[in-house]
Design a protein around this ligand. Structure first.
Ligand code: APR
Ligand code: PHB
Length: 389
């Protein structure tokens, strides 16, 4: 098969890019290892920045997002006793939308046929070839047959474990990694949220987050040592821990219910640079990971995809290779700022095992400063709502 852009991975990044290219008349195909059902079974974060919402709107695929998404004009930082509200709407004039990443992926998936976006699911042994040349190609096997896709560009949207990043030689790349000494234990339950806005809590027993998917579905997290196993956390134990860490006010409004999903995810910050090598571009988790504090993962993937779509469209429409050459620098400038914000919010809201009284005093001082300063709140709000693209 011959196409202009071969996209690897049909997560939110790959599907969003495929739709944006199709909307501009750029021929492309998406190659994915898993089945659609497997992908829709993954539970991920659920806070959308303006860039993500506006890309869905530009594609005309935002009907359900507008109907079911919950606009949030603020969120809260809990520090033992008090709740510090960050009034995003007042401080930035913008808002975020609470809408599950799984639902956004479902909407992109559902529009494949109508928009003529070709996605090959259950493709095994995906491999990239000749990415340094102007004629790269991708091979895969499906139903026992080997296939080859020739393209002008390959875009790796295949997440942290995919093959794309590995096709860039170690000598030209640099990796930046910070691993955190804890993971997030998450629970999804069909119960009303304890608060109409998100609460990020720093309690002496550890971090907690109260989030939601809808008026009747809640998502909560606590941080746990990496050695904990999910079997050690009965629903009851987890609800008890959430009630303590989120504080009495939230606990009083918390409805308990059986877990629909419960899992532990490690936290890491990771950046791979450059995000382009020859004819290969990387987008989303294939190039970087953020800890979930701040919910930047999907939104960063969306901004990468936005830059990649503009660059690829410019190349095929106007024969303009400049934005392709600049893609890595353009995307990384925003990636690093999101990395910084996710890291600093993680640092502020978690109790690190290595922290002593000084580090704790720094957290208290910073939370005090945030509580008393509109400037400090504005800095948090503009990062939370999403920096400009
Ligand atoms: N061949 C083909 N596809 C692959 C391969 C492979 N060898 N390896 C991985 N993939 C697919 C995965 O199955 C997955 O569907 O690539 C896709 C990557 O999707 P995600 O991991 O969801 O990554 P991305 O699309 O970049 O989404 C950004 O936002 O909230 C964050 O980390 C979260 O997934 C999230 C991300
Ligand atoms: C979620 O709802 O899953 C969620 C919300 C905010 C975060 C992380 C996860 O920062």
């Amino acid at each position: 098969m011959k196409t202009r852009v071969c996209i690897i991975g049909a997560g939110p990044a790959g599907l969003l890019l495929g739709h944006l290219l199709r909307a501009e008349g750029v021929e492309c195909v998406v190659i994915e290892r898993q089945t659609p059902d497997y992908i829709l079974g993954r539970i991920r974060a659920g806070v959308l920045e303006e860039i993500t919402v506006s890309l869905m709107a530009r594609l005309g695929l935002d009907a359900r997002l507008r109907a079911e998404g919950l606009p949030h004009g603020g969120f809260n930082l809990a520090d033992g006793e008090r709740l510090i509200r960050i009034d995003i709407a007042d401080l930035t004039g913008k808002q975020v939308v609470v809408y599950g990443q799984t639902e956004l992926t479902r909407d992109l998936m559902a529009a494949r046929e109508e928009r003529g976006l070709e996605v090959v699911y259950e493709a095994a042994d995906v491999a990239l070839h000749d990415v340094e040349s102007d004629a790269p190609f991708v091979t895969y096997t499906k139903d026992g047959t080997e296939h080859r896709v020739d393209a002008r560009f390959v875009v790796g949207c295949d997440g942290f474990h995919g093959p794309s990043r590995k096709a860039i030689p170690a000598g030209v790349a640099k990796e930046y990694l910070r691993e955190y000494p804890f993971g997030w234990l998450g629970i999804l339950a069909d119960v009303p949220p304890c608060n109409h806005e998100l609460i990020y809590a720093n309690h002496e027993r550890g971090f907690a987050l109260a989030s939601m998917r809808s008026e009747s579905r809640s998502r909560y997290y606590v941080d746990v040592p990496l050695t904990d196993r999910v079997e050690e956390w009965s629903d009851e134990r987890l609800w008890d821990e959430l009630a303590i860490r989120l504080g009495p006010e939230a606990a009083a409004h918390m409805t308990r219910g059986p877990a629909i999903e419960k899992s532990i995810a490690p936290l890491r910050s990771y950046v791979f640079a450059p995000m382009r090598h020859g004819s290969l571009l990387l987008c989303g988790d294939a190039a970087h990971i953020v800890p979930p504090t701040g919910a930047k993962g999907l939104n960063l993937a969306a901004s990468d995809v936005h830059y990649a779509a503009e660059a690829l469209t410019g190349y095929f429409r106007r024969n303009d290779a400049e934005a392709i050459a600049a893609y890595s620098d353009t995307a990384l400038a925003r990636v690093w700022k999101s990395e910084r914000f996710s890291w600093s919010l993680t640092r502020l809201m978690h109790r690190f095992p290595e922290d002593g009284p000084f580090e704790r005093a720094m957290q208290v001082a910073e939370l005090d400063y945030i509580a008393s300063s509109r400037a400090a709140q504005t800095a948090i709000a503009e990062n939370y709502v999403g920096l400009p693209v």
